[in-house]
Design a protein around this ligand. Structure first.
Ligand code: SAH
Ligand code: SF4
Ligand code: F3S
Length: 451
């Protein structure tokens, strides 16, 4: 039961700083929606917050240190002002739990990602009792039941919608199974109802999210069913999903690429390494061949489908030959937009017991892989110059009179145009490009009509 609204908390301001993946971004929005019920309203100005929440990520590097550093910054901001309630949420909160409260007295509340349904009670409890609070149970079912009753107020043209959380795959390098808990898929209807809310708020693209989004399974419903159901909404023009796992690229999902008109032709499919030895050491349970099979099957269905991926270099045991295999794979599949990272030892994972390789070698490999990935990206974007691409307009760009949107492949596009085009798909002739962005002008004389 939620406690009664606290009269003292009327019209207070909350500021959330978000780190990490899209799921954290989604969570941040849902926290904003939730805390409104107890009178905490979103502010874009961190300096006048009554509640300062850090939504943290634990995936790499010195995640924990970063959090303490951030808390230090907050302390400075509020040195001569009233102290806000300081909340640490997200994956570091889950991993470190009450340790954070012990080590940093400036933090008042620690709340893990599967406990956000308790955030209002936790804040009110804290306000009433002035006692520090820690909530880090894995209670995903209650979380989504609770959140399904709080309207999603996000009004972006391109909106995230979490359909699945957690991971049971335990890749040896990864903290996600520990920070997000077991795999859980939300009820089908709950997701469709939330999609309707997003559409009413103005969404024209929905990006379905999950740590293993294609592991979605609720009764007989799979990700393919969700895509085809959401596609029925006239207002929705584009559908995407992320992050998928090669092991869960099931036949029905591959078939959706034959039948769907709204599923975008970009598949983000992390491979991590192009070497079977390393994939084995990582406990990925897919081989390079499995990956290439998926690639070929999708290309056969629609040659326009392109791939993006995630890579880890310098994994314990990675030899020059293993790394060369990764480069060879990148040569074969010209990934159009990928992320690459140096392996980072994560506490509590199986790989943390392995001997790491020389850091300088890892950095050299990272530079090399990025040169190759970036070269592909630059070439793909260059090849679009003087061509017309369909752009879903998301918002106004920072520059005056310019609009920002994305191509079917998620590439940023900037061009001049009136703001009435926001939410529409328009043809844009590309005039210039760099690695990350296309610049163009509206191309109304093309045969394509504005949708
Ligand atoms: N579920 C997705 C990945 C989620 S984590 C999958 O299985 O592919 C996002 C990305 O962070 C991973 O794809 C991986 O490339 C990177 N990553 C995760 N743990 C890491 C670590 N310990 N060091 C470096 N990169 C890591
Ligand atoms: Fe992490 Fe592997 Fe799970 Fe992806 S599949 S979230 S990399 S454990
Ligand atoms: Fe980071 Fe947690 Fe996402 S560790 S990448 S915020 S699932």
């Amino acid at each position: 039961m939620e406690l009664k609204r606290n009269p003292n908390s009327k019209n207070k301001k909350i500021f959330i700083k978000t780190f990490g993946c899209q799921m954290n971004e989604y969570d941040t929005n849902r926290i904003y929606d939730t805390v409104k019920k107890i009178g905490f309203y979103k502010t874009a100005n961190s300096h006048d917050a009554n509640c300062y929440l850090l939504n943290t990520c634990h995936i790499r590097d010195k995640a924990k240190q970063k959090v303490y550093h951030e808390v230090g910054r907050v302390k400075k901001i509020f040195k001569s002002k009233e102290k806000p309630i300081v909340i640490v949420a997200g994956c570091v909160a889950q991993a470190e739990n009450e340790e954070i409260l012990k080590r940093e007295p400036y933090v008042d509340i620690v709340i893990g990602p599967q406990s956000y349904h308790k955030i209002n009670d936790t804040i009110l409890n804290y306000l009433n009792k002035k006692k520090k609070e820690e909530e880090t149970e894995f209670d995903t079912i209650s979380k989504f039941n609770y959140l399904s009753k709080v309207k999603n107020k996000n009004s972006k043209v391109s909106s995230f919608l979490t359909i699945q959380e957690g991971c049971d795959k335990f890749c040896h390098f990864c903290v996600v199974p520990y920070t997000r808990g077991p795999e859980y898929s939300r009820p089908f209807k709950q997701i469709i109802d939330e999609a309707k809310d997003l559409i009413n708020n103005g969404a024209r693209e929905i990006i379905l999210l999950g740590q293993n989004v294609n592991a979605y399974k609720y009764k007989n419903f799979k990700l393919s069913n969700l895509i085809l159901e959401i596609e029925k909404f006239r207002e929705i023009k584009r559908i995407r999903y992320t992050t998928s796992h090669p092991r869960d690229m099931s036949n029905d999902l591959i078939d959706v690429y034959k039948n769907s008109k709204k599923l975008m032709p970009l598949v983000h499919l992390p491979i991590q390494s192009g070497s079977n030895n390393i994939l084995k050491l990582m406990n990925r349970k897919h081989s390079v061949k499995n990956y290439l099979d998926i690639y070929e099957r999708l290309k056969k269905i629609n040659p326009k489908i392109e791939f993006s991926s995630d890579f880890i270099v310098g994994y314990p045991g990675e030899k020059d030959e293993d790394f060369e295999d990764t480069l060879k794979l990148i040569d074969k599949i010209k990934f159009i937009n990928s992320y690459s990272f140096v392996y980072s030892t994560r506490p509590g994972t199986i790989a943390s017991q392995l001997k790491t390789i020389n850091h300088e070698i890892s950095i050299k490999r990272l530079n090399k892989i990025q040169d190759l990935l970036f070269k592909n990206q630059i070439e793909v974007n260059k090849s679009l110059e003087n061509k017309v691409v369909d752009v879903l307009v998301e918002n106004q760009a920072k520059e005056l009179n310019k609009l920002f949107g994305r191509s079917e492949y998620m590439t940023s596009v900037i061009f001049s145009g009136p703001k009435e085009l926001i939410g529409k798909i328009v043809p844009v002739k590309i005039l210039k490009s760099n690695r990350t962005t296309l610049f163009g002008k509206l191309n109304y004389d093309s045969d394509k009509k504005v949708a």
